[in-house]
Design a protein around this ligand. Structure first.
Ligand SMILES: [Zn+2]
Length: 369
């Protein structure tokens, strides 16, 4: 099952070898950018060490009851710690307040069903001292069903100093049947003493090609959408998957229309077109249009310099004819892309969406003049 994790061969090989040679470390630090598979790898590793498949080669099989329980975050020997608001967990590890319990369950079900989706809690989040105390009380008990007890601490950098110091004691001498896996995209903000007690495993940004393949081959995403989000996602698979889910072809068409109004200098047409995007309700739609505009403008550039990189391959002829009319193409278009990125940030910062659209429109008009 490890082969489902794409682009992290180095990390996977280290882990597979440690199982094969029976040299499993007691603590690991999985570090690398966000959205590249650190948590999934930790979960698969937990599945592998407790998998019931007879052949070691097949572990994790993903089929046995132990794999199933682990994948559902439901295995009695899997202990999952993550940055959270104060759930007021009791010393028995229970959440008594119904509202807090519901929030906790919502988080867990999101993690099971669509882990690529970012989850936002109501309150401030951190890894809390009571989670670490609970972990410490569990660590000395023996495994219930599996060969190992696995503790996954996600975004371990989100512990404050005193929590980190309390946790350090656990890292000093974990019992033999214990594996602690810390994941972090910001390992530099963790205590050096934590670093030195863990075996470090590096994770890397994913290539555009890997993201594109995962989206089209494993998730049935349309080729053009896959190309587009792979370009925007900057090596982050989680971001790419959630963007592909939200993306509908409509915003591609709308962005094309946006551009065509400017090309034809149809100011009145544009004003009525953009009227729909005035309100804050349509802000996310406008954001998608601008993201798509960035792709269209990049495509103008690629159509002249490297046609293989064009996202909107079905409009190559159109792109080519427009691009040929723009003088000093690369400088102008690169500047324009930077400008659009600034506009996106402004939109997120709640600048009036209507003003932003109009500013983009007139800049496009000048570009196509
Ligand atoms: Zn299994």
């Amino acid at each position: 099952m490890f082969d489902k994790i794409k682009g992290q061969e180095q990390a996977i090989n280290i882990l597979k070898r440690s199982i094969k040679e029976r040299k499993i470390a007691s603590s690991y630090l999985f570090h690398g950018p966000e959205g590249v598979g650190k948590f999934t790898t930790a979960l698969y590793f937990a599945m592998a060490v407790n998998c019931l498949a007879e052949s070691e080669e097949e572990r994790p099989c993903g089929q046995c009851i132990s794999c199933y329980k682990t994948s559902q975050l439901n295995h009695p020997d899997l202990f999952y710690v993550f940055p959270a608001p104060n759930f007021k967990v009791t010393s028995r590890g229970e959440i008594e307040d119904n509202k807090l319990l519901a929030e906790y369950e919502k988080f867990i079900s999101n993690k099971r069903e669509s882990p690529w989706k970012e989850f936002f809690f109501g309150g401030n989040i951190e890894i809390r001292i009571d989670s670490i105390r609970l972990l410490m009380s569990r660590i000395n008990l023996s495994a219930v069903e599996g060969r190992y007890k696995v503790f996954i601490i996600e975004n371990a950098d989100m512990m404050n100093i005193s929590t980190a110091n309390a946790f350090l004691k656990t890292l000093e001498e974990p019992p033999k049947d214990t594996i602690i896996i810390l994941t972090s995209a910001r390992p530099e903000s963790m205590l050096q003493t934590i670093h030195s007690r863990c075996q470090k495993v590096s994770f890397y940004k994913l290539s555009r090609q890997i993201i594109e393949e995962e989206l089209t081959e494993e998730r049935g995403v349309d080729q053009i959408v896959a190309r587009m989000v792979a370009r925007i996602a900057d090596g982050n698979m989680e971001k790419a998957i959630s963007m592909a889910e939200e993306q509908d072809n409509d915003s591609r068409e709308q962005a094309l229309k946006f551009m065509q109004f400017a090309l034809n200098r149809d100011d009145l047409g544009f004003i009525s077109f953009i009227d729909y995007y005035r309100s804050s309700k349509t802000q996310s739609e406008l954001k998608e249009i601008i993201q798509n505009l960035i792709i269209w403008v990049s495509d103008l550039l690629f159509s002249q310099e490297s046609p293989d990189d064009v996202v909107n391959v079905d409009k190559l002829q159109f792109l080519d004819s427009v691009a040929q009319k723009i003088p000093a193409l690369d400088i102008q278009l690169n500047n324009f892309i930077l400008f659009l990125e600034t506009m996106l940030k402004k939109l997120e910062g709640n600048v009036n969406p209507h003003l932003i659209s109009i500013e983009i429109y007139f800049k496009l008009v000048r570009l196509f003049k």
